[in-house]
Design a protein around this ligand. Structure first.
Ligand SMILES: [Cu+2]
Length: 167
């Protein structure tokens, strides 16, 4: 009954699918190039979930000691980032990680991320399980296409304004 409710078109224009695990599709994974000596870098992608509600629980990559999931929002004219424990992936929706919004953060980079290179990241979903995707490194000013807003704090080291840092 009601199987037709599993519609696909709610997410709008088609996404270029880079990888798929279970009912979750991953599109356009990329990271921003980092300056020499930078400790952290940002990672972005699109997620489309055609199955039951799921969650992105975390990620790992050889490029950094750990990978965190962050949200970013403007509060009193100040861009604030905070770590989130998971990113909700409601059924039938597209969730976009992009500069100025939800993003992944590579903490304690082992080497700078250089434009033109790529690296593997393992994503962990609550229900769909794990999948490895390849992130492409784009230039430092990259906003991730026409949808990128101009709100990102250009030139400020990513992580400098991180509130509630534990160490
Ligand atoms: Cu961040």
């Amino acid at each position: 009954m009601q199987q037709h409710m599993q519609q696909q078109n709610q997410a709008g224009a088609a996404m270029a699918v880079a990888a798929k695990v279970g009912q979750v599709s991953i599109g356009s994974p990329w990271a921003r190039a980092t300056a020499p000596g930078a400790a952290v870098g940002g990672g972005f992608l699109m997620l489309e979930n055609a199955g039951a509600d799921d969650k992105l629980m975390g990620a790992s990559s050889p490029v950094s000691a750990k990978v965190e999931l962050h949200s970013m929002s403007m509060e009193n004219n100040v861009m604030r980032m905070r770590e989130v424990t998971a990113i909700d992936l409601p059924t039938g929706k597209r969730v976009e990680l992009r500069p100025g919004g939800l993003h992944m953060m590579f903490i304690d980079l082992t080497a700078p991320l250089k434009a033109g290179e790529s690296f593997p990241v393992k994503l962990r979903f609550e229900k769909a399980g794990e999948v490895e995707v390849t992130f492409k490194v784009e230039s430092m000013g990259a906003m991730g296409g026409p949808a990128g807003s101009g709100m990102h704090q250009q030139g400020v080291p990513h992580g400098a304004a991180m509130p509630g840092s534990k160490n």
